[in-house]
Design a protein around this ligand. Structure first.
Ligand SMILES: Nc1ncnc2c1ncn2[C@@H]1O[C@H](COP(=O)(O)OP(=O)(O)O)[C@@H](O)[C@H]1O
Ligand SMILES: [Mg+2]
Length: 398
């Protein structure tokens, strides 16, 4: 039998662990009508904690009530993609000009200008903008019962700010007019803060937040129990304990551990059971995979100095002393603090008491230790970090 677990970004898990209360609060805000605080919402949290999956779950809540949902990613062109989704076949062509650049959108033939907080799109038939697109869609619904939910995923420093301003300003008007809408943004916390601190977007500071965290062991345990038994296998108490402890409550890891243990039980011919041995092998595999899937790409995206900073932290078994890290870098603390600030800002690490920092991403330490062991057998983590620092400083040398 195929594994019921879903170890893929954005895929709905078989059991959505530990998010009932947030979902219930959102459902209530929908029932209460315009003005309820959770109708303008930020979902924040670390990579792999379940933000995208949460957006899907919230969309599901309103779809059950006959709402229209548009799910977009906050990348270039998202405003016109939302307009297009709302207009559907009614709108054939659109283009608009950003202050700095002009972009043609596939359904061209229209003129538009983006001013501060305003995107106007005209098709030659009627002037449209994002506000009118949403308003127009609401007009075609029974607004006492139905509304429009827009979710905007991966909001961050890379998001096109002109478009975000245009979108947010439109939303502000629609909220003020008490239209039946809800808007949910998702992103890494500090990146969301950058957006919210934009001068034009002050009203977003009042938005509600669901800050997603790791989930509780009890909930992970019952999710494993339920998913495994519902799908035709047994797992005894000890197996469920082992699987649960290996996740550290990190949602992505729940799927990976479950998936790998399930697969190993299949190849071992254990059709109706996951044995302790299957579980232990699955956990090993999952630990390798979490590094490749989450930590690897996250670390690769960093400049060499920041990467070296993380490696030097991974030398410690717990929180790292920042003065000591600078010392390991052979740098003065002021120099090291530039990288510390960046890593905190991008949510790789967080302050842990005065003068200390720790990893925010689960399994980062393990990943970095393995990475060093794997890549440079004869070098330890510290030497490897130092050679990265050296080659970053002397680009000619590699
Ligand atoms: N509450 C949860 N319970 C169980 N698994 C979850 C939960 N939230 C997310 N997952 C799983 O974790 C992985 C990452 O979820 P995703 O929503 O893509 O995270 P993010 O968008 O925060 O990076 C997916 O495999 C998903 O199925
Ligand atoms: Mg996501």
């Amino acid at each position: 039998m195929r594994s019921p677990f879903k170890p893929t970004a954005g895929r709905q898990p078989p059991v959505l662990v530990g998010r009932d209360r947030d979902i219930e609060n959102f459902r209530m805000a929908i029932e209460e009508g315009p003005g309820a605080p959770e109708r303008l919402l930020f979902v924040t949290g670390a990579r792999g904690i379940g933000k995208t999956v949460m957006l899907n779950a919230l969309s599901h809540v309103v779809e059950e009530q006959g709402w229209i949902t548009v799910n977009e990613t906050a990348s270039s062109g998202f405003v016109s993609r939302i307009v297009q989704a709302l207009q559907g076949e009614r709108l054939k062509q659109i283009s608009y000009t950003l202050p700095s650049a002009s972009l043609e959108v596939p359904f061209a033939g229209a003129q538009a200008t983006v001013g501060f907080g305003q995107v106007q799109v005209s098709t030659g038939l009627e002037p449209l903008d994002i506000r009118h697109a949403i308003g127009g869609r609401l007009d075609r619904l029974d607004e006492n019962k139905q509304g429009v939910l827009i979710t905007l995923d991966e909001l961050g420093v890379e998001s096109p700010m002109e478009e975000v301003r245009a979108f947010a300003t439109a939303i502000q008007h629609l909220i003020r007019e008490e239209r039946n809408i809800a808007v949910v943004f998702a992103g890494i916390p500090s990146m969301v803060d950058d957006v919210v601190n934009d001068k034009v977007l002050t009203f977003l500071r009042r938005a509600e937040r669901f800050h997603l965290r790791n989930v509780r062991n009890e909930d992970v345990w019952s999710a494993f129990e339920h998913t495994i038994s519902e799908n035709g296998k047994r797992a005894d108490y000890g197996v469920l304990n082992a699987l649960t402890l290996a996740t550290h409550g990190y949602p992505f890891m729940i799927q990976l551990v479950g998936h790998q243990a399930w697969r190993i039980s299949e190849s071992a011919g254990h059709d109706d059971e996951i044995t302790l041995d299957d579980a232990q092998q699955g956990i090993e595999k999952a630990r390798d995979r979490i590094g490749e899937l989450v930590n690897g790409p996250a670390v690769d995206g960093l400049p060499p100095m920041a990467r070296a900073y993380l490696m030097l932290m991974a030398v410690d078994d717990g929180p790292s002393n920042t003065t000591e890290i600078a010392h390991r870098m052979h740098k003065i603390p002021q120099y090291a603090s530039v990288y510390r600030a960046r890593l905190i800002h991008e949510d790789y690490i967080k302050p842990a008491g005065r003068g200390y920092v720790e990893f925010t991403m689960p399994f980062m330490r393990e990943y970095l230790r393995q990475y060093a062991a794997f890549n440079q057998l004869e070098q330890n983590l510290e030497d490897m970090a130092l050679s990265i620092i050296e080659s970053a400083e002397e680009p000619g040398r590699r």
